[in-house]
Design a protein around this ligand. Structure first.
Ligand code: GLV
Ligand code: MN
Ligand code: MN
Length: 410
């Protein structure tokens, strides 16, 4: 019988990746699969069907996190978990998140096909709403798993649907799936993912052993002004919420300047009310995404944001709310070591590198030893319809994952 690593089937994994990408496929080759949308629900059904064929235990918690478990010899032992998320950015690609879930599922099948019995159960997981594209609190599922409750269930999407209702619809669509409480003891967590950066491709390396994840702060800002006629109201007495927003964003860009180019600062979501060419904007809502590997830098600059915005938007007013605060995470040697050892066993070259993107692993790391495996992606592109990884690299990452899971669950 083949070893577990050799039982990873490159074609099977690739076919699954392409099949999952058909749920929410965009005409430009990308994927739009918002969390808890019709497309997300359909993709869950598809994966549940595949898990059923394998006889895995299928369960979901109140955050609609989906757990597919291959039994171990002692199912009272906390499982080893691996996976990622199935939601995508609105103009996302085929691999961000999807790769991690399907590489984990492939690793389970490889354990089966190799006839390997593990002491612990091994669970493939799909976390809910990692991206935060529809409901603007990212990593909803992994946060719920860690805290035991869904964060802000009353928050709404652009159409006014609450997170609670979207979760209910998703769970109701799979009535046969066992319901479990969020949060249970986990032995270890490994998340495979495309790198989303250019390093592995540039260095010709198939595997990244992720050392940690930089910290993130998200803010929602609402600037309030006064509507009026675009042709008649003199500028001297206007309270134009959009012009005020421009001043605030420009001052924020200056605050975030960094000669070392380590700080990351993005205003990616802007909505203008009433959004009409000939009415002075009465209010603007915009997002701030700000990241750095050091908590001190995050705290110091974040502390200046609200005052700076209040000053710049005058005579308008602003409300500033921090919606997300993820601290920088360093992954333990136990997991980075298991991943490096699995890559060595496969004869796959690897290097250590830190993650600029956040991941569910940043949250799960607070409840069990966690780590991540990166594979290269073309041009370092992600959050982009052209996101791409090769079948060979996808399979290499899954082989490393299977080897690491076999060690951790042995
Ligand atoms: C994850 O999608 C991130 O924005 O880092
Ligand atoms: Mn992701
Ligand atoms: Mn992403």
């Amino acid at each position: 019988m083949k070893s577990v690593n050799a039982s990873v089937d490159e074609k099977r994994l690739w076919d699954d990746l392409m099949a999952l990408a058909s749920f929410g496929a965009r005409e430009d080759g990308g994927v739009c699969r918002h969390a808890l949308s019709r497309e997300d629900i359909a993709s869950r059904e598809w994966l549940i069907g595949k898990a059923r064929e394998r006889g895995y235990r299928i369960a979901a918690d109140s955050a609609a996190n989906l757990f597919l478990t291959r039994f171990g010899c002692d199912n009272d032992l906390p499982p080893v978990l691996a996976g990622s998320h199935m939601d995508s950015q609105p103009a996302g690609g085929k691999f961000d998140g999807a790769y991690g879930v399907l590489a984990a599922f492939e690793a389970l099948r490889a354990l089966d096909d190799a006839g390997l019995e593990t002491a612990r159960p091994v669970t493939a997981v799909a976390w809910t709403n990692e991206e935060g594209g529809r409901f603007h609190i990212p990593c909803t599922g992994s946060r719920a798993f860690v805290s035991g409750k869904v964060p802000e269930p009353d928050q709404t999407d652009e159409e006014g649907v609450t997170l609670a209702d979207a979760l209910k619809r998703t769970l109701d669509a799979a009535p046969d799936v066992e319901r479990i409480a969020p949060g249970f003891p986990v032995h270890a967590y490994v998340e495979p993912h495309i790198e989303q950066g250019p390093v592995l491709e540039a260095e010709g390396l198939p595997i990244g052993v992720v050392t940690g994840i930089q910290g993130v702060r998200w803010f929602n800002v609402t600037v309030t002004g006064e509507p009026g006629h675009a042709g008649t109201v003199p500028h001297a007495i206007r309270r134009d919420a959009f012009q005020a927003t421009l001043r605030a964003v420009s001052a924020l860009s200056t605050l975030m300047e960094d000669p070392d180019d380590v700080v990351r600062f993005t205003v990616g979501h802007v909505s203008v009310v009433p959004n009409s060419p000939n009415t002075i904007p009465s209010s603007v809502r915009f997002s701030i995404d700000f990241r750095h590997p050091e908590r001190g830098v995050l705290d110091a600059r974040a502390a200046r944001i609200a005052d700076l915005i209040a000053r710049e938007v005058r005579p308008c007013t602003a409300e500033v709310a921090m919606t997300t605060s993820m601290q920088p995470v360093v992954f333990p040697d136990q997991i980075t070591g298991a991943i490096a050892k699995a890559a060595d066993t496969e004869g796959l070259k690897h290097r250590a590198l830190a993650s600029g993107a956040f991941h569910d692993a940043a949250h799960i790391a607070s409840v069990c030893p966690s780590g991540m495996i990166f594979i290269p992606c073309r041009g370092g592109l992600s959050h982009h319809p052209d996101e791409w990884a090769t079948p060979e690299h996808c399979a290499a990452g899954a082989r490393v994952l299977a080897g690491a899971l076999a060690q951790l669950a042995a």
